[in-house]
Design a protein around this ligand. Structure first.
Ligand SMILES: [Zn+2]
Ligand SMILES: [Zn+2]
Length: 755
């Protein structure tokens, strides 16, 4: 008999790991102990050398389903004679190096208890267990224990306490444990009157039925809800939120009710039901009974999720219809998570507010995911609740440096490399807005509290005016550590290489990096880039033909300006003239005469311009709106038509000189000839893929990696996959979004490539 120390790293806290080991020890009559530390889980077992490998194997195989084991270290330690197996108090001596457990949607066991009249938690809106409930959103410090979460202020009743200490109970060591006796309390505000100890959920349902808008505190923050089938209410919410067209997400009572309104594949269903419970974007059915034009104007899809907390589950099962469930915030601000701010701000947007007295430490929006239809490729649109902040990729070689990378601006995130773990924050909003800036700072200081990192280096985007770049440089100066500026699209490229473990590839890889805007090495605006990666060197090979970048922020908001800039030197005026007043036109023309204009190669702006040309979408209220509509036209065309090479605007195997002017001329020619718009949109998408193919062929490269917001476009991805048969290998993002959310991770990968 010897004593062994087993140290397990990964997502091993808040997932029922200690009870699992305890039960295992009891069943095998092993003695020793287990504890949570700042680095993971530590176990001492008395056993003999022959049995040890089997035991370790059993731990790996039978580990709780929400856990992720990244490493197991085993070593013999001096023999101690144990006579029991016990769970010891957690220790925290060092700064933590733990992976953080994300928030989990309600599990099936809790769901069945919730609706079982005999159960003492029957209809209790905060039922949880070791397999479900909030984690990341309620953690104040590490290791994960009740005292380090916002559950600390609730003391357990005898019943709960007994469960908590009973090794055979599924709430053994469940830190979020509570019941109606020792409950988390709801309260409700209407017309300035606060009702404490509120239990009447039927009243909320009644309010929905009457067309009222109710804000509800959930896991990552407040959601604004209302009856999704009530046209007038949905329109009223749009007006109140100052959100003219951006789609609203929906929450459905169950899968079968989703299937009435939207097409649902097996893989989409599985995604909806995962513990992360994200919003999944689905194609709407023609027979759908909801007011599509109020919910997702001009689009043929819906963002849908299932009730991921017991409170939502109870309300939805009573209402039995879908509700709008959109982030509770004022236009362009971050999701509200503090009660005082909710009372202050959400009163303007809702008729009632349903609060509860469990604090949220860190706000998160709902995550958003979609799948390409023809090949089921997962596309992450927003990585937040349930998915952030831990990133696990065992193949990425990290070093022992502590590095903070600051990301970009529109879809900001930061990434921290600390003690060989990679943390990528949830989506933090557009830091061009003050609110998101505050959110960014708060989340970063929360991470500093959690991990107490000793930073060695800060990585920032090259853009001098990004908040994240300025803030990162300030931070570096304050701490007297170096910072490095990394070009935006190179960070994109390294992000997709990192995710696909291609950083050490000896074969040349072509990076196709297409997005809205990013500050280029030459001071111009990039966004239609082709890079190669070979022997750890990123080299610019080609880019989309430049056009003038005018009017700064106005350009992405007004696709007509992109059209004007794309077309003015190559198309007849009639294709854009009517979109402007004569004064505007004169001003813009004069602007173009200036010699020091910034140039851009942005494919995002190309999409905008083409959408303005073809669909007359001249202004957009959110980034990507125009591109999404262009995409849905093309998708509709390809439903009944093949991907014909002849439909590409490029003839043969040569990219026409001045491709931009050529493409615009071809598009306007088709419009003059009254070619069907779906077909023109389809031809445009095919041409872009053809363009990529020709560049790859010319450079004799077979491995292609894609990043940038443009690659949220399902149609492009499907054509690319179709085309894969021709000896190309295609790499896309997997667990991260192709949009600027991946920049902070890419900055880190760019830095690490040379290490
Ligand atoms: Zn549960
Ligand atoms: Zn209780």
């Amino acid at each position: 008999m010897k004593t062994f120390h087993i140290e397990i790293h990964g997502i091993v806290q808040g997932v029922g790991f200690r009870p699992f080991i305890y039960k295992l020890a009891k069943s095998l009559q092993l003695y020793g102990w287990i504890l949570n530390s700042e680095s993971g889980v530590h176990i001492h077992f008395n056993t003999n050398e022959n049995l040890l490998p089997k035991l370790v194997d059993k731990i790996k195989k039978e580990a709780p389903k929400l856990s992720v084991i990244t490493s197991v270290k085993v070593e013999e330690v001096p023999f101690v004679s144990y006579s029991t197996f016990e769970i010891k108090e957690s220790t925290s001596k060092e700064s933590p190096s733990l992976l953080i457990t994300p928030d989990f949607g309600m599990c099936e066991d809790c769901n069945s208890e919730l609706f079982s009249e005999e159960n003492n938690r029957y209809q209790y809106p905060f039922i949880t267990c070791t397999n479900c409930g909030p984690r990341y959103s309620i953690i104040n410090s590490l290791p994960y224990d009740r005292e380090t979460t916002t559950m600390d202020s609730f003391s357990m009743c005898n019943h709960c306490n007994n469960e908590y200490h009973d090794p055979l109970n599924r709430r053994y060591y469940s830190q979020t444990n509570s019941c109606p006796n020792c409950r988390i309390e709801l309260s409700y505000i209407e017309n300035g009157t606060l009702q404490e100890n509120f239990t009447d959920l039927d009243y909320i349902v009644e309010q929905w039925k009457q067309g009222k808008i109710i804000s509800i505190k959930g896991i990552g923050g407040y959601l604004i809800t209302c009856d999704a089938s009530n046209k007038e209410t949905v329109s009223r919410l749009r007006t109140l939120k100052g959100r003219p067209t951006k789609p609203f997400a929906l929450m459905y009572p169950d899968v079968s009710s989703i299937e009435k309104d939207a097409k649902l594949s097996k893989i989409e269903k599985r995604e909806l039901e995962k513990p992360a419970a994200p919003i999944v974007i689905l194609k709407v059915k023609n027979s759908s009974s909801i007011p599509q034009n109020e919910i997702a104007p001009n689009l043929d899809c819906l963002g849908v999720m299932l009730p991921y907390t017991p409170l939502y589950q109870l309300l939805l099962s009573k209402f039995n219809k879908p509700i709008i469930a959109t982030s509770g915030n004022l236009s362009n601000s971050s999701i509200i998570y503090e009660d005082s701010k909710a009372i202050n701000d959400l009163t303007k947007l809702s008729d009632g507010i349903l609060l509860n007295n469990r604090d949220i430490v860190i706000p998160q929006d709902d995550s958003v995911v979609k799948f390409s239809e023809k090949n089921n490729q997962k596309i992450i649109i927003r990585r937040s609740r349930g998915l952030a902040p831990t990133y696990i990729n065992k193949d990425i070689k990290v070093n022992s440096e502590t590095i903070l990378s600051m990301g970009a601006m529109l879809k900001s995130t930061f990434t921290l490399l600390n003690k060989e773990n990679i943390y990528i924050s949830q989506y933090l909003g557009n830091t061009d807005h003050y609110d998101a800036e505050v959110n960014f700072k708060n989340t970063l200081s929360h991470f500093k509290n959690l991990f107490q990192p000793n930073l060695d280096m800060v990585l920032v985007d090259k853009h001098p005016n990004y908040f994240s770049s300025r803030f990162g440089k300030e931070l570096a100066e304050k701490q007297k550590i170096p910072f490095i500026e990394i070009q935006h699209h190179k960070a994109h490229f390294l992000a997709v290489l990192g995710e696909n473990n291609l950083m050490n590839s000896s074969e040349k890889i072509l990076g196709v990096i297409w997005d809205g805007t990013g500050y280029g090495d030459d001071g111009s605006i990039w966004g239609g880039e082709f890079f190669t990666y070979e022997n750890k060197v990123v080299k610019g090979e080609a880019h989309f033909d430049e056009f003038q970048f005018i009017l700064g922020d106005k350009m992405p908001k007004e696709p007509r300006i992109s059209l004007f800039s794309l077309a003015f030197d190559c198309c007849e005026e009639r294709f854009y003239k009517d979109k402007f007043t004569s004064t505007e036109l004169n001003i813009y023309k004069n602007l173009f005469q200036k010699e020091d204009n910034i140039k851009c190669s942005s494919i995002g702006r190309l999409f905008d311009g083409v959408a303005s040309l073809l669909l007359n979408i001249d202004k957009q209220s959110f980034e990507g709106e125009a591109a999404m509509q262009l995409e849905s036209l093309a998708l509709r065309y390809f439903k009944t038509n093949d991907y014909n090479k002849e439909d590409s605007y490029i003839n043969g195997n040569r990219i026409p000189p001045n491709f931009r002017q050529y493409l615009l001329k071809e598009l306007t020619l088709d419009i003059s000839n009254e070619v069907n718009k779906d077909k023109i949109a389809a031809k445009f998408h095919l041409t872009l893929v053809h363009y990529i193919e020709l560049i790859a062929t010319k450079l004799k490269i077979r491995k292609l990696a894609f990043s940038g917001g443009v690659f949220q476009n399902q149609c492009l991805i499907e054509i690319l996959h179709f085309w894969k048969g021709k000896g190309f290998e295609l790499y896309f993002h997997k667990d991260l979004s192709p949009n600027d959310e991946c920049i902070s991770f890419g900055q880190l990968m760019y830095y690490l490539k040379d290490k």
